[in-house]
Write a protein that binds this ligand. Structure first.
Ligand SMILES: NC(=O)c1ccc[n+]([C@@H]2O[C@H](COP(=O)([O-])OP(=O)(O)OC[C@H]3O[C@@H](n4cnc5c(N)ncnc54)[C@H](OP(=O)(O)O)[C@@H]3O)[C@@H](O)[C@H]2O)c1
Length: 323
């Protein structure tokens, strides 16, 4: 079948490991189902896979079909969106705490292909008010944004949240969801265009990256990593919370314990979200009429252009593929 895949890991030149061609169609184990992909979306995670960066000590076995997220149809024609978190069959409770958790393109083939095969519970029937295009961007970045805002931060309506790196897929999700929930959203971006877009999506205030803020904030959500860490820490009010969700610019950061102790700061990580989070987020999107920000829609055959734009830092919101 048609597939977009990584042939190997190339830490410095990930585009050299990207191939568009044929891969065998995955078999369907008992309790799993086949999804014919109609729409899929790109995540920074796909670049990490090409670079060999993974949270799993086992590493990735190449070649590996890329793609975490997608929407499509089951063999009986039912439209579905893929909930990407999977793990042990006997795990009960919060999926993000399952030691065996993984998402498509880590241990099983990803979604940038004609078909993806997932556990039956991971294929969520699509509500009639959600298009497969918009659904296809919700699985990873949006789900993580939802959990970071509503589970991992202790934000209350009216409080201020700072979102670092406003142009990205997760950052635009944070802005749109945060605004819908009644938070005062502030955002940073390296570009004027990124700041203008963040305002159009509902951010109240926008600042150039790493510029000191006019006042400190209750919560910072940071997916940028090394390049924004010091700014995130120094922007927190006493008792504030930093939710760290990504390391686009690197994962190594210095931590000075003194302000953490004296200002009683909370630093917490957050990974993906539960199946319940995914369903609640889909309800929130339906009820508030949010249209997830999609900066580009391309046929999957043109995936390389989209990967290059993300590697060059030129994307806006999510990039979606049609198949
Ligand atoms: N914890 C989780 O479960 C989870 C889930 C999804 C994603 N993530 C992580 O979250 C991060 C963002 O993912 P994403 O898919 O939203 O990525 P993305 O769409 O590529 O967005 C990254 C954003 O970071 C900002 N940025 C700042 N410095 C940058 C630099 N030197 N190069 C490139 N971008 C830079 C940019 O915003 P401006 O141009 O506006 O400055 C850019 O738009 C990634 O590290 C990803 O792995 C984690």
């Amino acid at each position: 079948m048609f597939a977009v895949y990584a042939t190997h890991a190339d830490p410095e030149n990930p585009l050299a490991a990207l191939k568009i061609g044929d891969r065998p169609e995955p078999s369907v184990p008992e309790g799993w189902t086949r999804v014919k992909i109609s729409h899929a979306s790109l995540n920074r995670h796909d670049l990490f896979t090409l670079r060999g960066i993974t949270a799993h000590p086992e590493g990735i076995t190449y070649p590996m079909i890329l793609g975490n997220d997608a929407a499509g149809t089951l063999d009986d024609g039912t439209p579905v969106v893929i909930y990407p978190m999977m793990g042990s069959t006997d795990w009960r409770g919060d999926e993000t705490l399952d030691p065996a958790w993984h998402i498509p393109s880590e241990f099983i083939p990803g979604t940038f292909a004609d078909y993806a095969v997932v556990p039956k519970r991971n294929a969520i029937p699509l509500p009639s008010n959600l298009s497969p295009l918009h659904a296809s961007v919700l699985g990873t970045a949006w789900l993580t944004a939802y959990r970071a805002l509503f589970t991992k931060s202790s934000l209350r309506a009216g409080q201020t949240v700072l979102v670092q790196g406003a142009s990205g897929g997760m950052a635009t999700a944070l802005i749109q969801l945060g605004r819908a929930a009644g938070f005062e959203v502030w955002a940073t971006s390296r570009t004027e265009e990124g700041r203008a877009n963040a305002k159009a999506l509902g951010a109240r205030e926008c600042f150039p990256s790493n510029e000191p803020l006019p006042r400190k904030v209750t919560t910072v959500i940071d997916s940028v990593g090394s390049a924004s860490w010091a700014h995130s820490m120094s922007s927190l009010a006493r008792g504030g919370t930093l939710v760290t969700v990504g390391g686009t610019t690197g994962f190594d950061v210095p931590v000075n314990l003194l302000p953490v102790i004296a200002d009683q700061l909370t630093i917490t990580g957050s990974i993906m979200g539960t199946l319940e989070d995914m369903k609640n987020m889909m309800n929130l999107i339906a009820q508030t009429g949010i249209k997830p920000e999609i900066g580009a829609v391309l046929p999957m055959e043109r995936a390389e252009e989209a990967f290059r734009a993300m590697w060059d830092g030129r994307t806006r919101g999510k990039t979606a593929f049609t198949r």
